[in-house]
Write a new protein. Structure first.
Length: 277
């Protein structure tokens, strides 16, 4: 599904758009799962690791987010745990294989506020090496006024920032980006607001600066996101995540495939339960 041009664009830009990555039927199926998921109706009976927007409790102007919806919903799992996602991520990064780090189920309703610019790798100090790649799958046609995803071209070549700025509904969603550029002496940079169609995917490097503005339209902007890491990644021996280090075994740095399954490996390995009916 990815060709030489995709790989070249990814290495040059830090991101690449892959049209028609998700079938129309799966897009429609996934859209139908958003309402029950955010109401707390979890198909598998397992709650996601992060449930950052809850119906009737959270600010309706905030972008709605669930992390590791794959544990709660089989349709989300079919998207983010696919062999195609894993293979593409591994090949783009020149890894021997890829495993899921976490997923995001993101619902930017009409009027929803921005998500602050950031680099994904800033949040990966709990793994070794602290690196990931992302597959962002659009479930709605997306354009600049609708709070589309925005990228800074070539910023995957910048150092990884250690600064943590506001992520949900910041007053200035470019603050972190601007601060990083100033500290690096970068006076000019290109911010690209993508226009993508439902079913398209965007792969981006963990070092690429990205964020999204407010949804100023009457239509939702829904997406499902697979964050992948090197299949050979391990827990960092010292750095801990308040959420994901709970899956670390005592006196063991290996990542447990029950929680961080291998999606694809060049030797043919794929975590066994992923293909169980």
């Amino acid at each position: 599904m990815l060709d030489k041009i995709h790989y070249e664009e990814f290495r040059r830009q830090g991101y690449v758009v892959v049209p028609n990555f998700v079938t129309d039927s799966l897009v429609e199926q996934a859209r139908k799962r958003f309402e029950p998921l955010f109401r707390g109706e979890f198909e598998t009976g397992i709650q996601p690791d992060e449930w950052n927007w809850q119906h009737g409790k959270s600010d309706p102007s905030f972008t709605r987010q669930i992390c590791n919806g794959w544990k709660a919903d089989r349709t989300i799992a079919s998207l983010v745990l696919s062999q195609e996602v894993g293979k593409a991520c591994a090949l783009l990064m020149n890894w021997p294989g890829a495993r899921i780090n976490q997923d995001n189920v993101i619902w930017k309703a009409p009027g929803a506020k921005p998500l602050g610019f950031h680099q994904d790798n800033t949040y990966q100090l709990w793994i070794d090496p602290p690196s990931m790649v992302t597959c962002w799958m659009a479930l709605d046609d997306t354009h600049p006024d609708g709070g589309t995803i925005e990228y800074v071209t070539g910023s995957h070549n910048w150092p990884v920032s250690s600064e943590l700025h506001a992520f949900h509904a910041p007053e200035d969603y470019h603050e972190g980006l601007r601060s990083a550029a100033e500290s690096l002496g970068i006076a000019e940079y290109e911010v690209v607001k993508l226009k993508v169609n439902a079913g398209d995917a965007v792969f981006h490097h963990g070092g690429t600066w990205h964020g999204s503005g407010s949804n100023r339209t009457e239509n939702p902007r829904r997406s499902v996101v697979a964050h992948c890491m090197n299949s050979e990644s391990r827990h960092h021996p010292e750095n801990l995540s308040p959420i994901y280090s709970r899956y670390k075994k005592q006196n063991c740095l290996e990542l447990d495939e029950n929680f961080f399954p291998v999606l694809w490996h060049k030797d043919g390995h794929r975590t066994a339960f992923l293909d169980c009916d």
